[in-house]
Design a protein around this ligand. Structure first.
Ligand SMILES: [Zn+2]
Length: 245
């Protein structure tokens, strides 16, 4: 586990399979760990069932090494939970386990999957995280550690989670972009040869696409929680009453 010098804030990424957190959030994590914030990566499963020829128990060991190396590159700590790839249960037991992790690590912000996904484990992670955040912040819920209220949740862009996802925030990640690509290359899945999906090409191009739309050289886009963009105003912008002279 790499040490991070916290300057106060911290990010937690909670993703379904080793590799998801990296492709959808490593650039955001790198930007903030370089600024002195702490980061924790939680892999709900290792994604060990995804190899076409390697047995899951053997591939799981490779995925642990890859997750550890990518965490080192991000300046983050990595945690993986003991759930099976493809069968992540969205039960109260799992939600309380994630609640306890949130209470222990006290993240300022959490990044996770959007629910409009083609993968059941991603949908399950969305549900687990939403409820774990609620449980973590509930003082009346007695657990070993006291309640911790998370300031915000963001849904990262992931090629499998695009049904109903929208880009609400563009974040400039130009300075750390090359290091983001190094994180991607630390996973065989991203380099190619395991899946027919061109992970590396997709996420490399996505940084440019989001950069073009966001007005930066390279950018990532994030979706905010539904309702978080609601503004409560006394007057519409530009039509405020004039200040007294
Ligand atoms: Zn996944």
């Amino acid at each position: 586990m790499a040490e991070s010098i916290s300057s106060g804030g911290s990010i937690m990424v909670i993703a379904a399979h080793a590799g998801d957190a990296e492709n959808m959030a490593a650039a955001t994590v790198l930007k903030h760990t370089r600024a002195g914030h702490a980061a924790t990566i939680v892999h709900m499963t290792l994604g060990e069932a995804g190899h076409p020829s390697m047995p899951p128990d053997v591939y799981a060991e490779q995925r642990k090494r890859e997750a550890q190396e990518s965490a080192r590159l991000m300046g983050a700590q990595a945690i993986w939970l003991p759930y099976p790839d493809g069968r992540l249960p969205a039960t109260d037991e799992v939600k309380f386990q994630v609640c306890d992790l949130i209470r222990r690590e006290k993240p300022t912000l959490i990044l996770t999957h959007w629910k409009g996904s083609i993968h059941r484990d991603h949908v399950a992670t969305y549900e687990i995280v939403r409820e774990a955040i609620f449980y973590a912040g509930l003082p009346a819920l007695q657990r070993e550690l006291p309640a911790h209220r998370v300031c915000g949740i963001y849904f990262s862009e992931n090629w499998e989670d695009m049904d109903g996802w929208r880009a609400d925030v563009y974040l400039d990640v130009t300075e750390i972009w090359d290091d983001y690509l190094k994180v991607l290359r630390s996973h065989e899945l991203m380099r190619g040869g395991i899946s027919t999906f061109r992970y590396y090409d997709y996420y490399e191009a996505l940084g440019t696409l989001r950069g073009c739309l966001g007005g930066f050289q390279k950018a990532v886009a994030l979706m905010v929680s539904p309702g978080a963009w609601v503004r409560k105003l006394e007057h519409l912008p530009g039509l405020e009453p004039a200040l007294p002279a």
